[in-house]
Design a protein around this ligand. Sequence first.
Ligand SMILES: [Zn+2]
Length: 46
Amino acid sequence: MSNRVGKTYFCKICGNEIEFKKDGGGPVVCCGMEMTIKKEGFDGEE
Ligand SMILES: [Zn+2]
């Protein structure tokens, strides 16, 4: 299992950012697409 807790997830479509609090096993989805993990020091795509 991947350790997703504490990671920040980012939606490329709408720009939402969420912090992962608990891993229930399901995908993190926004705008119908799986969200990407935002790495430290990475500002995403402007
Ligand atoms: Zn979105």
